[in-house]
Design a protein around this ligand. Sequence first.
Ligand code: HEM
Length: 507
Amino acid sequence: MSQEMEMISISLCFATILAFLFLKQILKRATTSNRNLPPSPRRLPVIGNLHQLSLHPHRSLRNLSHRYGPLMLLHFGRVPILVVSSADIAHDVMKTHDLKFANRPKTKAVDIIMNGGRDIGFSSYGEYWRQMKSLCSIHLLSKKMVRSFENIREEEIVAMMEKLEKAISSSLPVNLSESLLNMTNNVICRIAMGRKYSLEENPMDFATLLRTMMELLGAFPFGDYIRGLAWIYKIRGLDRKMEEVSRTFMEFLEGVLQEHVDEGEKKETFDFVDMLLQIQRDKTNGFELDRSDIRLIMLDIFVAGMITTYTTLDWAMMRLIRHPECMKKLQDEIQTYSRHKLYVSEEQVESMKYLKAVIKEVLRLHPPGPLLVPRQLSEDVKLKGYDIAAGTQVLINAWAIHQDTTTWGPDAEEFKPDRHLDQPLDFSGQDFKFIPFGSGRRLCPGIGFAMALIEVTLANLVNRFNWKVETRPLGDDDQYYLAEATGIEVCRKFPLFVFPSLASSTL
Ligand code: HEM
């Protein structure tokens, strides 16, 4: 071929490619402009709306929703994100179209840590997820199973209270947040793995490992949203860190499984690992469970159950201490039922209406997952007249919904447990103005497990002690005590230092 002919062919090729790209762009615009899309704040090239997020995305998204409405379409980099901020639209997403919205998006962290989302929480909707979730709900987290661990909860709460009692004499402030985290960690480790793995009890710092894993899972996935930034993972060593943490955790869990297998019949207690090994042996429900599935279920229990439960207790104690009238009302209720006993039992707690109202109010104002867990739409859908395309990720701003003045009244931002006394609201996500545990197919299966520990712990701490916190020298009490940390689960930013004293009723 002559040089001239070669040039002509190359130019033709170029022209065809350019024409194709141009046509594609026009077609894309035409199809998009035919679609009725939800309101969107203006976005920037490459990053989309990422510049409009703060370190507390639930707060910045609520502010945006005040301008753009309860259904907004944002873009994080190239990824379309639907943000829902009203009970009414949450109902459409998690009830009317629940099946279409039942998928979870994948991030690099989930890929590495959760083996491509083979756990329950991040698994795609389908048969595998269904089997894993029903196994978890029926065998591990059933009412009967939760009740069977009452003695573990009692032992750990009593141990925590004994330490608090000892601290009284020192007249130094006690770090209550740390005590609550240790107690929750001990209870979940004993129920799940048969013994404690806390810093005090074990050279393996289980809690730190778990915290690192949560940080990695909760880190904002820039590289997933902006392809060109994927190298950031490598530069910051995140890839390596994720692989390392995942390997250490899996090796640790494998060791726990092997210990259980080796102990076999000799074992005197029965925990989640025993139950999962039994299901594996008996092929219960015809489900083939392998060791890696068992490890991922265990990981989910810790990732989804530990910080959520602890942080609810931490917020609750802070709110009660800062609202002495609520603390007094709760103490009176507990004393009526416990009849001045030193330990309040789970049976007595059952009848305590005000205690339950306090917990609901805490979860309303401080849902540990303020944006729930992201969902992904699996097929095109029409929502309130707007067209939403398959593949769109969905954030449900439960925190904003819980403080919506149109459903909760003008005092929606205030802590008022009494508002729940005459309301039939429960935790099952049937009323979409209150969804701390989500709703629909993806509803949290750990509600009973978490509530059993939260209720009896609060009842005992409030029954046994009177509590005080220091007034802040700068007079910024609200800012300090209500400050939120960053991360997927919103904990209090500063540890709660308290001065407990023994309540006269239990002396
Ligand atoms: C106060 C405590 C807790 C809160 C507020 C909470 C909240 C949530 C939320 C908001 C979701 C996502 C729901 C959705 O997408 O609609 C979820 C899912 C989940 N939670 Fe919880 N949770 C708590 C405790 C627990 C505990 C104690 C466990 C286990 C022992 C647990 C296990 C799970 C699992 C496995 C999922 C994934 C369900 C799925 O994707 O199908 N959670 N939780």
